[in-house]
Design a protein around this ligand. Structure first.
Ligand code: RAM
Length: 486
């Protein structure tokens, strides 16, 4: 019978194998006393466990030694003063430990870290000490040997692809994590983009199946939407938060999976859930076929402050309807007719009610005054406008101060998807190079959770220190470069 336990069993059957490697920094030893320290560089971003040995130098150390060990995904994070942290997420995500050592020993730190740099400061010792034998045991479920280099002559695109595949590799653990530093959870929005990039790089199908089943086992909310995230450890737990656009994008992720694998067994298992996500959403349409905000709803779209999401959300709904009816048609399910008829009706209704004919722009039902790139992009992806009209609209809103702009690589992904849908390949390359290339120029080894080129302090959580610098949803340049030959 298809129930939660069945889905969890399926998720378990597709548990990916973790591969380990050991990294050692160039510096092999440190001898020092109070207040002194050392900065280790692993040479690349890594996710795993840190070990080192500690010994006396010559004389007996007659009191415990206190070390402060800080892990940084980049050097800026190492130089941050965590005591000044004022963000809204728990400061326990900041990777810093204070440890007291009673006697010479080899230590393997119990927590897993995401870092390139490790700074060890001797906070207190009564005698000089020696630290040595530094090593970092890194893990990933990506098979790096399966990765072919992107066939690129353009140097910047090659670098972007490298950083993007590295980002994905680091987020591929026993499931697709959003960020190995934080939140270390499986979120639908991130899953979709990671899976896309994975199909064109490491092509690990087990992990995708596992993630789809982990969500299928989740608790739906009273509207019937899947949870937006799940935890796998210490035991399976599905999030209390439900995000409408993420629930829809689950359906799209299932469609992507079928398109890539033609694996009908998985589709048969998940079809019922996909249908119910769309039914739940359709139930909220008003008499004009426009989605209405329900009590307790949270729509994401992007971390752009103050963004009104409803028009973009309507676009996500249309995008999902179109993809899902395509899937049903491909597998010979006659219900596709119902979804494709609905798609056409909602599409014309959206143009009629959400498009300002005078200004030639999509507005928000809830707040007509707010213009955003998000609304335009999702209406294009939803098929509400196309051709030259859509191209003109898209070009006019990007980098235009009158429109709210994307702040995450996640939303930027959908801008590029819209461009490619409109055959704007040259513009897509330029946009990708400017945005992701900007991070490369700033020295990124992996791509970040949020990046606003003219505000490097931007954080969705009110303090940049907590931002994840290796974030799954930013890995899709490899998908675009490899799939579309950008
Ligand atoms: C953050 C995470 C994650 C994202 C959600 C909506 O907590 O960064 O990647 O999917 O927000």
């Amino acid at each position: 019978m298809i129930d939660k336990n069945y889905f969890l069993r399926k998720a378990q059957d597709n548990f990916p194998e973790l591969k380990y490697s050991v990294l050692t920094p160039e510096i092999t030893e440190f001898i020092g006393s109070d207040g002194e320290g050392i900065l280790l560089d692993l040479g690349e971003h890594a996710v795993g466990h840190f070990s080192f040995s500690f010994d006396r130098v010559d004389v007996f150390v007659d009191a415990p030694v206190r070390l402060i060990i800080k892990f940084g995904e980049d050097i800026r994070e190492i130089n941050d003063d965590f005591s000044q942290y004022g963000g809204i997420l728990s400061k326990t995500w900041l990777q810093e430990e204070v440890i007291n050592l009673d006697f010479p020993q080899k230590i393997t730190m119990p927590r897993r870290y995401a870092c390139r740099y490790i700074k060890i400061t001797v906070e207190r010792t009564t005698r000089p000490i020696r630290l040595f034998d530094f090593s970092f045991r890194a893990s990933t479920s990506a098979d790096v040997s399966a990765l072919k280099p992107a066939n690129k002559t353009d140097d910047l695109l090659r670098k972007i692809d490298l950083v993007a595949t590295n980002t994905l590799k680091e987020c591929m653990q026993t499931f697709f994590e959003d960020g190995p530093k934080r939140d270390r959870r499986l979120w639908i929005g991130d899953l979709r983009l990671e899976a896309l990039a994975n199909y064109y790089t490491f092509n690990n199908l087990e992990i995708v199946k596992r993630c789809l089943y982990l969500f299928a086992a989740g608790e739906c909310n009273k509207s019937g939407f899947l949870p937006s995230f799940v935890y796998e450890t210490p035991y399976y737990h599905s999030g209390a938060t439900h995000i409408e656009d993420y629930a829809l994008l689950y359906v799209v992720s299932v469609c992507d999976y079928y398109e890539h694998t033609r694996d009908i067994n998985v589709i048969n298992d998940l079809l019922g859930i996909c249908k119910s996500q769309l039914e739940s959403f359709t139930a909220t349409l008003d008499e004009n076929l426009i989605a209405t905000k329900q009590d307790g709803w949270f729509s994401f779209i992007d971390w752009c402050p103050g963004l009104q999401c409803m028009t973009a959300l309507q676009g996500v709904y249309l995008y999902t309807l179109e993809r899902f009816s395509g899937l049903l048609k491909a597998i010979g399910d006659e219900e596709y007719k119902k979804y494709s008829a609905l798609f056409s009706q909602v599409c014309s209704a959206s143009k009629k009610h959400l498009y300002d004919e005078n200004e030639k722009v999509f507005v928000n039902n809830s707040d007509n005054a707010q213009l955003s790139v998000h609304s335009q992009v999702w209406m294009i992806l939803g098929g509400v406008i196309s051709g030259d009209e859509a191209k003109k609209l898209l070009l006019s809103c990007l980098d235009n101060k009158k429109f709210k702009q994307p702040v995450t690589p996640y939303m930027r992904h959908y801008v590029i998807e819209a461009m490619l849908k409109l055959d704007m390949k040259a513009e897509a390359v330029q946009y990708l190079k400017e945005f992701w290339g900007g991070m490369v120029e700033l020295g990124a080894d992996t791509f970040w959770e949020a990046y606003v080129p003219d505000d490097l302090e931007f954080s969705p959580y009110k303090d940049r220190m907590i931002n994840s610098l290796c974030h799954a949803w930013s890995c899709t340049p490899s998908y675009f470069i490899r799939k579309y030959g950008l």
